[in-house]
Design a protein around this ligand. Structure first.
Ligand code: ADP
Ligand code: GLC
Length: 488
């Protein structure tokens, strides 16, 4: 029997993306299909999403008032899989990002936008649309948390149906929780008992993520190590108590990457394609990358960074270590955007080290492929990292990951310590604690490894041989849904 799953998320590749969440939500339907689960994705109707609809799209449902806003449910496609679009122009049809306006400020009505999104999801899950029925609901991050709270406290009750579906919530990042003031509570349309410590209440206010975590049948996050880390205050960010209380229902399923998109043997963005057996071909990509970033040739490694420039990603520490990186013979090509101070800091580092550090501020998917195909090592010095995708791309491309030992970075990279090197299984360099000294040591160790061509090739080949496609994780999610639905 095929299970029918409603996936509720605020972004999905290829329609709208601000980070790895979109990659994962976009990949899940395809990852699950071979394992007996058919996934339908519900997205907000941002302009980029409704623009993909043809003229003759189907209207599946209408709401006169979804938290005061008229809305429609439209049927679309994401790849080969069904897509539901919540078309509520008053909430989502505006220029700017999914969460912030053109100046980078949070939309002031985000609470309403994602509460309405949750209300709609709960209605769909509860049978509001006759042509749609689901066995389970899978919510992602705080933006979808309210779907599970509405299901729990105010389920759709069209003709007395109102059944609650089994539910999963996946935490992609505990740092974003959707906190609002208690004064908004009356506008949410929930019964008074929802505003309780085991409901949506959080330190006197409201937390959309907590609302979802408290209501879900199961909680997952995107790596086993992060699933353990969020039991502690530094990582749980205030929700560690809830995670500990629900410990037996929390698990980590590591993200995969799509081999059709991330494969150096067939990547159209690369000057030269290559496999693990023909690594010498990478040289042409490296030369092109050096030219693109205005870098001089050198006999040390070419480090790359593809990242949001934020505190989470340890970019401030990398900036401090930039002089050391150059001093030991490394070069750096950085692509990213984020905090203004970090953007200007990296521009200044590039100005200090012309020909050694090159910086591109912005978002550029094709360039990210070219960097992976030509760079020697990818730096991911995150303070916390629920999973991380760029180190997985690095592994697939023979661009050796240099990572902090946290979250998914700890789970997906094997450090080049003596034992791992002797066994031929090392795939990268890991370091503990994100500080100048630990990062500087890791950079030095990477340069030493790079200067031993046989050792370096062994790291590249072992990484390229590792399987971080979706096969195993798709099955793990399917098994989770099955475990929830058989007991009903
Ligand atoms: P996070 O979601 O925390 O930002 P992930 O590593 O899970 O981290 O996912 C980030 C995704 O965004 C990856 O697909 C990465 O390649 C991409 N990305 C980040 N910054 C850029 C950029 N400046 N240009 C192109 N792609 C980027
Ligand atoms: C978040 C995390 C990142 C993870 C991604 C997808 O953005 O920061 O570590 O890979 O979600 O799950």
């Amino acid at each position: 029997m095929t299970l029918s799953i409603l996936s509720v998320a605020s972004e999905a590749v290829p329609l709208v993306k601000t980070g790895g969440l979109a990659d994962v939500v976009g990949a899940l339907p395809e990852a699950l299909a071979p394992h007996g689960a058919a996934m339908t994705t519900l997205l907000p109707g941002y302009p980029a999403v409704t623009a993909t609809l043809g003229k003759k799209h189907k209207v599946l449902h209408t709401w006169d008032s979804l938290l005061g806003e008229p809305a429609r449910l439209l049927a679309g496609k994401i790849g080969a899989h069904p897509l539901l679009i919540l078309d509520a122009p008053g909430l989502f049809a505006r220029e700017g990002g999914p969460y912030v306006d053109a100046t980078g400020r949070d939309w002031p009505d985000n609470w309403k936008r994602f509460a309405a999104f949750g209300r709609a999801a709960a209605d769909i899950a509860g049978g509001a649309v006759k042509s749609l029925s689901f066995d389970a609901i899978h919510a992602h991050d705080w933006q979808a948390g309210m779907a599970l709270a509405y299901q729990r406290f105010a389920p759709f009750s069209g003709d007395g149906a109102g059944a609650q579906l089994p539910s999963v919530i996946t935490i992609h990042n505990m740092a974003f929780q959707g906190h609002y003031g208690a004064d908004l509570f009356p506008a949410l349309g929930l019964p008074p008992q929802a505003m309780a410590i085991d409901g949506i209440e959080y330190h006197g206010g409201i937390s959309f993520l907590k609302a979802g975590l408290a209501a879900a049948s199961r909680i997952t996050t995107v790596s086993p190590t992060y699933a353990r880390e969020i039991r502690e205050p530094g990582f749980g960010m205030g929700l560690e108590g809830l995670i500990r209380a629900r410990e037996g229902e929390v698990s980590g399923i590591v993200n995969g990457i799509d081999p059709a998109v991330w494969n150096p043997a067939s990547d159209p963005a690369l000057k030269a394609s290559y496999t693990a057996r023909a690594l010498a071909k990478r040289a042409a990509n490296k030369r092109a990358l050096e030219a693109e970033f205005g870098l001089e040739k050198g006999d040390g490694p070419l480090f790359i960074v593809i990242s949001r420039l934020t505190w989470q990603k340890g970019m401030d520490v990398l900036l401090e270590a930039a002089d050391h990186l150059v001093g030991i013979g490394g070069r750096l090509a950085l692509l990213g955007s984020g905090d203004a101070a970090l953007e200007s800091g990296f521009h200044a580092a590039a100005a200090r080290h012309p020909g050694r550090i090159g910086v591109r501020i912005g978002y550029d998917e094709a360039l990210s492929h070219r960097m992976l195909g030509g760079g020697d090592a990818i730096l991911v010095p995150s303070r916390f990292e629920p999973c991380g995708l760029t180190q997985l791309y690095g592994l697939a491309y023979g661009c050796v990951p240099v990572v902090s030992r946290t979250g998914g970075l700890a789970d997906t990279v094997i450090d080049a310590n003596l034992a791992a090197r002797q066994a031929g299984v090392a795939t990268g360099v890991q370091f503990d604690g994100v500080r100048w000294q630990t990062l500087a040591d890791a950079l030095t160790r990477t340069v030493q490894l790079y200067r031993d061509p046989a050792a370096w090739r062994s790291l590249q080949r072992a990484g390229m041989g590792a399987d971080f496609t979706w096969t195993g994780s798709g099955e793990a999610y399917a098994d989770l849904y099955k475990s929830l639905t058989v007991t009903r």
